[in-house]
Write a protein that binds this ligand. Structure first.
Ligand code: MG
Length: 220
């Protein structure tokens, strides 16, 4: 069982489902040749995919193209079913940093066949996740700088201001499909600049005021 920790308060939540948005930043949707969707595009990662700061992503032997995607992670602290956007922020316990590791070669094969993405998105170690800061310490989750460096070079440098669907709308939408429970995590999508990492690389992901991750990469 993986645990989400709000460091400042010591609160701990067993991690439940991890609901992820695809194509929630227009420029990133364009860089992969995808249309910008009207409704959020959702997929899930199992909690078994989570690794902590300082651990390593293991690229499975069946992939040769593993991409990073830095994302703002929203930790749910209160049960939410069909919640309205106006009340949605009451359900947020904290914010953290995630990297949505993606086997792009596998995902492209699955997309071409119209098949689900879980193999490309939910493999073991595919969800590096930081500790969380209390929601109250982040006055505006849509004014955050997101950065990802590989071996010290900045590859992603975006702002959560560019999200298409914002946190309250995301929670309202998702909670109309899946009941959200304490310990569930939402990954809110990635800005442009995604790319490949290889065995031996080190990724540093950072969201100012929220947290950071340092994650090594190994080829399985
Ligand atoms: Mg993503």
């Amino acid at each position: 069982m993986k645990t989400a920790i709000i460091t400042a308060t010591g609160e701990q939540f067993p991690i439940g489902k991890i609901v992820c948005l695809a194509r929630n930043y227009a420029e990133h949707a364009r860089e992969l040749g995808n249309e910008t969707p009207a409704a959020p595009v959702l997929f899930m990662k199992p909690s078994s995919s989570v690794i902590d700061d300082g651990e390593a992503v293991q690229i499975p032997a069946f992939s040769r193209e593993c991409h990073y995607e830095v994302e703002l992670a929203v930790l749910i602290g209160k049960r939410a079913r069909n919640v309205a956007a106006a009340e949605a922020m009451e359900c947020v316990a904290g914010y953290g940093v995630a990297i949505d590791m993606t086997l792009r070669d596998v995902q492209n094969q699955l997309k071409a066949k119209g098949l689900p993405w879980e193999t490309a998105k939910g493999f073991d170690t595919s969800c590096p996740l930081s500790t969380f800061v209390p929601a109250a310490t982040v006055p505006d989750p849509h004014a955050l700088s997101l950065k990802l460096r590989v071996n010290g070079d900045v590859r992603q440098d975006g702002s959560s201001a560019d999200m298409i669907h914002r946190v309250p709308q995301i929670i309202a939408h998702v909670s109309g499909i899946f009941t959200l429970e304490p310990g569930d995590v939402i990954l809110t999508g990635t800005p442009a600049g995604v790319g490949r990492v290889e065995s031996g690389d080190t990724m540093e992901a950072e969201i100012a005021g929220v947290g950071r991750l340092s994650i090594a990469v190994r080829q399985g």
